[in-house]
Design a protein around this ligand. Structure first.
Ligand code: NAD
Length: 363
């Protein structure tokens, strides 16, 4: 079996989760870890005695290393990843890929030119519950999607380098793109700087997907309870993914509203409410981060493109960049794409077509 040698840059809060998973995967060798803080390296020494621990990230870009995992603050992602790709390493970078879309584009192109795997840690795309949710939506089990709502709330952790949008919303944007198999055409965001004088700690993001699908994301560092909830409302059923539920994270509600018209006149319609049962689909187990790392390894060995590759990271960065501008301009709507020019994410079915109320009225 081919053994891949891994180097990790960044052993703060998230790095140790990646380090542990790499060390547990057969065929992956945790060869080196770099961090600027000696105490963080010291904390790893006992558990990983064979791993080279260093304060200099350049020691991780040496000949014996095949792949580099970057878990450092966001502003360092681009220079570190660029250097790693230039050194011929496959790279997995934590979300968000970069601070600017121009940087993300550069990395995606560079990885393709060099024939290297570049992957961004959109962890939820490897979460079995999210994959099950995607399958439910793409099979049409809930009918045509009307809107999607996400809430990612907690008290903290405040970050010094990025606002709440850049910290938390990458997950929800990547989940929405993933389950809908599309990317938004327009974005706007509003928020508040409740604690920090200039850094937004609460934000409400509105995404417009093709075919009239609305995406809404609420992210906050200033909430009393931890919430990780994702709701997809279809015209036949509704599904809720609750990531903090200890079990039964997915629930499909057979509920909806049916509009009928007796005269055929659009203005003359009646509503009836449908209250059906709740289905709890079985979701396979597995730690998403391990599944993500195993996918990265598979892609390196098979020369295939990661599900969350550099281009996927670019799509999310573009949304964040536009949303950040909107946030600082009182919520103005930013156009990302023409619907007609939309690139449907490779390997995924396009959104099912929904007849809009306006089209129905014209029919
Ligand atoms: N996927 C997820 O669910 C998830 C969760 C948390 C954090 N993250 C991401 O992980 C990344 C790191 O977040 P964190 O919470 O661990 O941050 P952190 O500040 O706790 O840790 C970052 C570490 O990087 C080190 N570092 C910085 N520059 C370095 C350099 N040039 N060389 C070597 N080490 C360097 C710092 O010393 C620090 O220990 C961020 O991109 C964040 O968005 C992802």
């Amino acid at each position: 079996m081919t053994e891949l040698h891994f180097g990790v840059i960044g052993a703060g809060y998230w790095g140790p989760h990646l380090i542990r998973n790499i060390s547990e995967i057969p065929g992956a060798q945790l060869s080196a870890v770099a961090d600027l803080v000696p105490e963080r390296l010291q904390a790893l020494r006992l558990r990983y005695p064979a791993t080279h621990l260093t304060r200099d990230y350049r020691d991780v870009l040496t000949d014996g290393i095949d792949a580099v995992v970057i878990a450092t603050p966001v502003k360092t992602h681009y220079p570190l990843a660029r250097e790693a790709l230039r050194a011929g390493k496959h790279v997995l970078i934590e979300k968000p890929l970069t601070r600017r879309s121009s940087e993300a584009l550069d990395l995606a192109r560079l990885a393709d030119q060099e024939g290297l795997a570049l992957m961004v840690g959109h962890t939820f795309e490897y979460n079995p519950a999210v994959v099950a949710l995607r399958n439910i939506v793409q099979r049409g089990d809930i009918g045509d999607v009307l809107y999607v709502d996400a809430a990612r709330l907690n008290l903290g952790q405040f970050r010094p380098d990025v606002n709440v949008l850049w910290d938390l919303a990458p997950h929800d944007i990547s989940i929405m793109n993933f389950i809908l198999g599309a990317e938004p055409t327009h974005v706007s965001a509003r928020g508040s700087t409740c604690i920090h004088p200039t850094m937004h700690d609460v934000a409400y993001l509105e995404l417009r997907y093709p075919n009239g699908v609305l995406g809404h994301v609420h992210v906050s560092w200033l909430e009393p309870a931890k919430v990780r909830r994702f709701t997809v409302v279809g015209d036949e059923k509704m599904v809720v993914y609750n990531d903090v539920a200890p079990e039964e994270k997915l629930r499909i509600y057979d509920k909806g509203v049916i509009r009928t018209t007796s005269s055929g006149d659009f203005a003359d319609f009646q509503l009836s409410y449908h209250y059906g049962g709740v289905t709890i689909p079985a979701v396979p187990g597995g730690e998403p981060l391990k599944i993500e790392l195993m996918h990265f390894i598979d892609c390196i060995l098979s020369g295939t493109r990661p599900q969350s590759d550099g281009w996927s990271g670019l799509r999310v960065t573009k949304v964040l960049e536009a949303a950040d501008k909107s946030l600082r301009n009182g919520g103005t709507r930013k156009k990302l794409h023409d619907s007609a020019a939309l690139e449907i994410i490779e390997g995924q079915a396009p959104l099912r077509r929904r007849v809009t109320a306006a089209e129905e009225a014209l029919a």
